[in-house]
Design a protein around this ligand. Structure first.
Ligand code: MF3
Ligand code: CO
Length: 250
């Protein structure tokens, strides 16, 4: 499939989707506390998203049973919220959310520390976010997807962390997942050339230990093979002539 170039009208709708998603993350980060369950986080997230007239895009996506992916500690992504899973001090909690506004998607993730967290956890969260900001320095018309991948991988590995290979960023728009794939590691090909009007979800998933991951029996939850911590940071961005615009940041 060709990579879609969004019209001005589509970009306007994606700006609004992104604005609402940024508010959702802001509200969730304020509400997050020790003793709540991952189910509580999901219900609150869904409520906020619906209060803005949006639909949570993950709910029932390929059978995913919730609105917010909540992934704790060694869980990389796609953790399933549960009434039995209580958040505790020292945890790191990745929240991944998607909203649909008038048919257009925005996709973003944040990782939060609960109370006092280890030095390693703190560094992992910080470096993962920095990986995203290093990546967007490369984005402009004429750059290639591989420039994003290289920036993420370089920053993660220079800091002693590793990059997940099995899951990648992606184009986003009228669909949650569109072309191109946006890997967080360098491949042999430099990948598609970026053009103004493309919209991408750039999402570093970084492990404190080794790069390998496995799937739990629920067929969704991805965890690190070695049990090490993992963090996730993601925004939906618009490629412009000379850079990019962050759509899911307030
Ligand atoms: N941000 C995640 C992704 O891009 C969202 C997963 S949606 C789910 O794949 F519904 F599949 F969980
Ligand atoms: Co995504």
């Amino acid at each position: 499939m060709a990579i879609s170039i969004k019209s001005d009208r589509e970009i306007e709708l994606m700006r609004e989707a992104g604005r609402i998603l940024a508010i959702t993350h802001e509200e969730l980060s304020k509400a997050l506390h020790e003793g709540m369950t991952t189910y509580d986080i999901d219900k609150l997230g869904e409520e906020i998203i619906r209060s803005y007239g949006c639909v949570p895009s993950f709910l029932n996506y390929q059978g995913y049973p919730a609105s917010i992916c909540v992934s704790v500690n060694d869980e990389v992504v796609h953790g399933i919220p549960s009434r039995k899973h209580f958040i505790k001090e020292g945890d790191i909690v990745s929240l991944d959310a998607g909203v649909i506004y008038k048919g257009y998607h925005s996709d973003a993730a944040r990782t939060h520390g609960i109370g006092c967290i280890s030095e390693e956890a703190d560094k992992l969260i910080r470096i993962t976010k920095e990986c995203f900001f290093e990546a967007i320095k490369e984005v402009r018309e004429g750059a290639h997807v591989g420039d994003i991948s290289r920036a993420v991988q370089t920053h993660a590995e220079n800091n002693g962390f590793s990059v997940v290979r099995e899951l990648v960023g992606h184009g986003v728009g009228a669909n949650l997942h569109e072309d191109p794939q946006v890997p967080n590691f360098v491949q042999k090909r430099r990948g598609a050339r970026l053009q103004a009007g493309m919209t991408l979800a750039i999402e570093p998933m970084i492990n404190a230990g080794g790069q390998n991951v496995k799937w739990l029996d629920d067929d969704w939850t991805v965890v690190t093979e070695d049990g090490s911590l993992s963090a996730h940071y993601e925004n939906t961005i618009l490629v412009t002539k000379d850079g990019c615009e962050l759509l899911s940041v307030q």
